[in-house]
Design a protein around this ligand. Structure first.
Ligand code: FAD
Ligand code: NAD
Length: 458
């Protein structure tokens, strides 16, 4: 590669960076994307996609196993087994299809992809590795995040980050998870369904601390049914020869753990980026930005996991699209009302907007409507009656300000929830929409009706 000059330079090819680059290319900007590992970033290569593939395979296997014993559906399926190496091959194939697709989209948008680690020389120039320099009018930092490690359990050997856990080529007999958040519970549940004896060690007083008890309860119940042991208010203190040492409310204890997944959060990643040369301040490692994702340095933007906010792929993508349009001269500002979050546990949890408590704190009074899946025909007919939809509205005008749901397959309702919130729907709007029967979507309309005091099916 010879020295390059371009309009738009993106550092990092994850969901934030590759979307920014594609959109900039579509808009006619001469665009370069520098990626040090693999296009697709954390999400496509070692995050969202492989974890969801693993969760799906585990669910299928667990279904097969449940049919090996007497069951309500009368299905018989003697002694199912799993060839896990093949499962892993399939999962890797899904990743390859998607990353190949992204490379194709970048090519179609005429984005030049450069392999290597980008390092700032100044606010307009980066150097790739020890090699050539790229000068750009606009530079976007999209370098993502990396797992937080715990001093008593450094990554290596049998102590794994999510990347290591997703790369295992066999199902360990015993699997401990330190951190009962998104990653710990998504991957922990998958390994429990694949046949591992799973233990979760969570420092806080509840699993998934970002969600309220009503949302977490069905997940905790399901973990118990799957035989997962949960230690709350507990911390891991070390690991040796297949044993994890923990310190809990009842004192020290040891847990069988052939493999240990440490999933206690992620931190912004800017190692080796040369930020010090820009005099760009960071806050706890995050790069602060304004509502256009501009850093304090003119022409330098930052998006995705490396800036404050929820570490979610769809947020990074939306920011990527926005900064490309700003660089192309469009008037854009971050004005999203809805930022859905989905936890792919069993059952799944979806949230968007304010919780009941947040709405009460913000508006003084809120109307809350609920619809439990025990009263939903589709849920009954698919053996998934755990959970509910909850709608939160401003009391003064019934404007919906938050929606939460927990239930089997509920992730697919996140679109309806986001549309309602983003378009400023009121309870009456959602209650008036005819929903297809029998579907879980009926629960959404019924929750709005319940908030209005006129639910029909409960
Ligand atoms: P990243 O995807 O981290 O990409 C950053 C890229 O920058 C990387 O490819 C890196 O190699 C590259 N890079 C870094 N520094 C340099 C440099 N100096 N030069 C060149 N390249 C560089 N989110 C969801 O919304 N839904 C999910 O279901 C979900 N599941 C997840 C499951 C797991 C196991 C994990 C770990 C994360 C999951 N996430 C999920 C979070 C999601 O992956 C991130 O929010 C998302 O990837 C952030 O995108 P990004 O573009 O900011 O950064
Ligand atoms: P997390 O913040 O979701 O969960 C970390 C958990 O570890 C928390 O429950 C916390 O209380 C606990 N913890 C912290 N220190 C501990 C300690 N010393 N011992 C035991 N427990 C401890 O973080 P994560 O699961 O690592 O995921 C990182 C981020 O990745 C998430 O916040 C999310 O933004 C993103 N992610 C999203 C999805 C999704 O959208 N479905 C899936 C996976 C990851």
């Amino acid at each position: 590669m010879a020295d390059l000059t371009c309009d738009f330079l993106v550092i990092g090819g994850g969901p934030g960076g590759y979307v920014a680059a594609i959109r900039a290319g579509q808009l006619g900007l001469k665009t370069v994307l520098v990626e040090k590992e693999a296009v697709g970033g954390t999400c496509l290569n070692v995050g969202c996609i492989p974890s969801k593939a693993l969760i799906h395979a585990a669910e299928k296997f667990h279904d097969a196993v449940s049919f090996a014993v007497e069951n309500a559906l009368g299905i018989q399926n003697a002694a199912p087994s799993i060839d896990y190496a093949r499962t892993v091959g399939w999962k890797d194939g899904v990743v390859a299809t998607l990353t190949g697709g992204v490379r194709g989209l970048l090519k179609r948008a005429k984005v030049e992809v450069v392999s290597g680690t980008a390092q700032f020389i100044d606010g307009k120039t980066v150097q790739v590795g020890m090699g050539d320099r790229i000068t750009a009018k606009t530079i976007v930092i999209a370098t993502g995040s990396t797992p937080v490690d715990l001093p008593p359990l450094p990554f290596g050997g049998d102590v794994l980050s999510s990347t290591g856990a997703l790369a295992l080529t066999h199902v360990p007999p015993t699997f401990a998870v330190v951190g009962g958040g998104y990653i710990g519970l998504e991957i922990g549940t998958a390994f429990a369904k694949l046949g591992a004896r799973v233990t979760v060690v969570e420092a806080g007083p509840s699993l998934l601390p970002q969600y309220d008890a009503e949302l977490v309860k069905p997940v905790a119940k399901r973990l118990e049914a799957l035989g997962v042991t949960v230690h709350l208010n507990a911390r891991a203190t070390g690991h040796e020869a297949g044993r994890l040492w923990i310190e809990g409310p009842d004192g020290p204890a040891q847990i069988d753990a052939d493999k240990v997944l440490v999933a206690v959060g992620r931190k912004p990643y800017t190692d080796g980026l040369g930020l010090e040369r820009l005099s760009l301040p960071t806050q706890r490692g995050f790069i602060p930005v304004n509502d256009r994702c501009e850093t304090p340095m003119r022409g330098v933007f930052a998006i995705g996991d490396v800036i404050p906010g929820p570490m979610l792929a769809h947020r990074a993508m939306a920011e990527g699209e926005m900064v490309a349009e700003i660089a192309a001269g469009h008037t854009r500002v971050w004005d999203k009302q809805a930022m859905p979050a989905t936890c792919f546990t069993d059952p799944e949890i979806v949230t968007v907007g304010l919780s009941p408590q947040e709405a009460k704190d913000q508006f003084g009074a809120a109307k809350i409507g609920r619809f439990p899946f025990t009263a939903n025909g589709r849920a009954l007919a698919t053996e998934g009656t755990e959970g509910m939809v909850r709608v939160v509205a401003r009391a003064e005008d019934n404007r919906i300000v938050g929606i939460q749901a927990v239930g089997q397959g509920i992730s697919e309702l996140s679109s309806a929830f986001s549309i309602a919130l983003d378009m400023g729907a009121r309870l009456e709007d959602v209650a008036a929409i005819v929903q297809s029967h029998p579907t879980r979507s009926e629960g959404f309309a019924e929750a709005a009706m319940q908030a209005l005091g006129r639910a029909v099916h409960i």
